[in-house]
Design a protein around this ligand. Structure first.
Ligand SMILES: Nc1nc2c(c(=O)[nH]1)N[C@H]1C(S)=C(S)[C@@H](COP(=O)(O)O)O[C@H]1N2
Ligand SMILES: [Mo]
Length: 437
C-alpha cells in the first residue's frame, strides 16, 4: 500500500513535475511564479498535506516532491543484519536506511548487501584457497588464508564501498536493476593484507594491465559454467596502498552476505570492483574481460545523452572513481523538532579517490548555504564525518539539504545528474524533512 503510494508520487513527478504539482496540489500554472516557486492555493494544499506551514516556501521550487513524502518500505529479517530494506531476495539485495548509517564506522549489521548471484554455502575458511594467476603473473601461486596471514603484513583500514547504482531509483526514465535509494553505501574497517604485497610476491610482469577477481558465488541460472560477476581494476589501482585482500570486517569475520571468508576491497570505485567470496585473482595483460566488465555494465555514456536515449556500447566508458556525495544520517527524515532548541545535523561525505573539501547545509531550499565542520578521513578512501547546528526561525515544515564538494571543486548537483541507460552515479543532494513545532 505504502509502496504503491511511493511509486505513484515518484512516477507522477518524473513524467511532468509541474503537472504533478497541479494534480496533487492544484497549483495552477499561473499560480507558479515565473521563477517556478510555489504560490497561493497550491502552497496551501501542500501545507495542508504536510500538516504544517512551510516558512521558506518562497524558495521551494515548483515540481519538488517534499522529502516528507518519501516513504520507506518495511524492513525484512536477514541473519546478522538489522533494519535493512530488501529490494529483492533472489539474489538478495538490501540497502540501509540513511539514519542507520549514523555511526562513524558502519557496523556489520548495517552494511548493505549487493549480490549478483547465489552466495556459497558451507564455507570452510581452513580449506579456502586464493589462487593468483593470469598471463601477467610470473609465479602463479595458491594461498590458504593462514598463509596470507603468515606471509604478509596485516593492515586495518576504514574503507568506503558504494554500489555504482546507488540512487538509481531517481532516474527517469527508470533504469532497470535494483531500485536503490540512498543506502547502498557503507564504510566499515577491513583487516587483511595489501593486494600489492601478494601480487608482488607472485611477480607482476611489465605488461600487466588489469587485475580481475573470481568469487565462489554461483550464477542465478544454476549454470555452473557461468560467473555471476567477475570484475576488477587497472593495475595502478590494484597496487595502491589501500587495496586489500580482507578476511575481517570491523574486527570480526566478514558477514556471510558480504563475502566471508575473503574479499577484495578497492574502495572509492563502484562496489562491484571489490570481489566477495574471493578465490581467484588474475593479472591480465589486457582489460579484464570477466562477466559484467564490459559496457553497458558499470559504464556510462562518454558524452551526455538525452534521457531515454539508446547508447551504443562503444560510446560508453567503464566507471572508475565515484563522484562526490554526502548523506544526512541525523536527523532521520520526518522528525519533529522543538523550535527553542538548536538541531544538530550530521552525516558523512565521500568523493571516490578524492577528498571532500567542504559540506554545506541549507534549510531554505538552497537559497542560502552554511559550511559544516568536516573531519579528515581516518585514512585515504574512508568517508569523512561532518556536523552542523541549525536554528530554525519559526515553526513549520523544513527540509535540510546537504551538499558536498571535492578537493577539485566539483560539487553535488541538487537535481539528479546526467541520465544514463543503467542508472549509475546519482550523486544528487540528500534532503531530509523536519517538522519544527
Ligand atoms: N563475488 C561477488 N563479488 C561482488 C558482488 C557479487 O555479486 N559477487 N557484488 C559486487 C557489487 S555490485 C557490490 S556493490 C559490492 C557489494 O558489497 P557488499 O554486498 O558487501 O555491500 O560487492 C561486489 N562484489
Ligand atoms: Mo554494485
Amino acid at each position: 500500500m505504502n509502496k504503491n503510494k511511493k511509486a505513484g508520487i515518484n512516477k507522477l513527478y518524473s513524467k511532468d513535475p509541474l503537472k504533478a504539482d497541479q494534480i496533487l496540489w492544484g497549483r495552477q500554472s499561473h499560480r507558479v511564479s515565473r521563477r517556478g516557486f510555489l504560490k497561493n492555493s497550491g502552497l496551501m494544499a501542500m501545507s495542508t498535506a504536510l500538516g504544517m506551514a512551510i516558512p521558506f516556501s518562497r524558495f521551494m521550487p515548483a515540481g519538488l516532491i517534499p522529502a516528507a513524502f518519501a516513504a520507506e518500505s518495511s524492513p525484512l529479517e536477514i541473519e546478522g543484519k538489522e533494519g535493512l530494506i530488501v529490494l529483492n531476495d533472489r539474489p538478495l539485495n538490501a540497502e540501509t536506511p540513511a539514519h542507520l548509517l549514523d555511526d562513524d564506522i558502519t557496523p556489520n549489521r548495517y552494511m548493505f548487501i549487493r549480490n549478483n548471484g547465489i552466495p556459497p554455502i558451507n564455507v570452510n575458511p581452513d580449506t579456502w584457497s586464493l589462487e593468483i594467476s593470469g598471463e601477467s603473473v610470473e609465479r602463479p601461486t595458491s594461498f590458504s588464508i593462514a598463509e596470507l596471514k603468515q606471509n604478509f603484513e596485516e593492515v586495518t583500514l576504514q574503507l568506503q564501498l558504494e554500489c555504482g547504482g546507488n540512487g538509481r531509483s531517481e532516474f527517469t526514465p527508470a533504469a532497470s536493476g535494483n531500485q536503490w535509494t540512498l543506502g547502498a553505501v557503507g564504510c566499515p574497517t577491513f583487516t587483511g593484507v595489501r593486494l600489492r604485497d601478494v601480487l608482488n610476491y607472485c611477480g607482476v610482469l611489465s605488461d600487466a594491465e588489469y587485475v580481475g577477481y573470481y568469487g565462489a558465488d554461483t550464477h542465478i541460472s544454476g549454470d555452473a559454467s557461468r560467473d555471476p560477476i567477475s570484475r576488477g581494476v587497472p593495475i595502478g589501482k590494484a597496487l595502491e596502498r589501500e587495496s586489500l585482500i580482507a578476511w575481517q570486517m570491523n574486527g570480526e569475520d566478514i558477514p556471510p552476505q558480504n563475502g566471508y571468508p575473503l574479499r577484495m576491497v578497492c574502495a572509492g570505485w563502484p562496489g562491484s570492483v571489490s570481489g566477495k567470496w574471493l578465490n581467484r585473482i588474475v593479472v591480465r595483460n589486457q582489460v579484464h574481460d570477466g562477466e559484467k566488465m564490459a559496457a553497458p555494465s558499470y559504464s556510462v555514456p562518454i558524452n551526455s545523452v538525452a534521457p531515454g536515449s539508446r547508447v551504443p556500447n562503444e560510446d560508453m566508458r567503464t566507471i572508475e572513481s565515484m563522484p562526490v556525495k554526502s548523506l544526512v544520517t541525523f536527523p532521520q527524515s520526518g522528525i519533529t523538532h522543538d523550535i527553542r532548541e538548536r538541531l544538530v545535523v550530521r552525516g558523512h561525505a565521500w568523493a571516490g579517490d578524492n577528498q571532500v573539501s567542504g559540506v554545506f547545509i541549507s534549510i531554505d531550499f538552497g537559497a542560502t548555504w552554511l559550511p559544516s565542520a568536516v573531519q579528515p578521513a581516518s585514512n585515504r578512501l574512508a568517508w569523512q564525518n561532518w556536523q552542523s547546528w541549525v536554528q530554525f526561525p519559526e515553526p513549520g515544515y523544513y527540509e535540510i539539504w546537504a551538499r558536498a564538494m571535492d578537493d577539485r571543486g566539483r560539487s553535488q548537483p541538487m537535481v539528479v545528474p546526467g541520465w544514463n541507460p543503467r542508472g549509475y552515479l546519482n550523486n544528487a543532494c540528500h534532503r531530509v524533512a523536519v517538522q519544527v513545532v
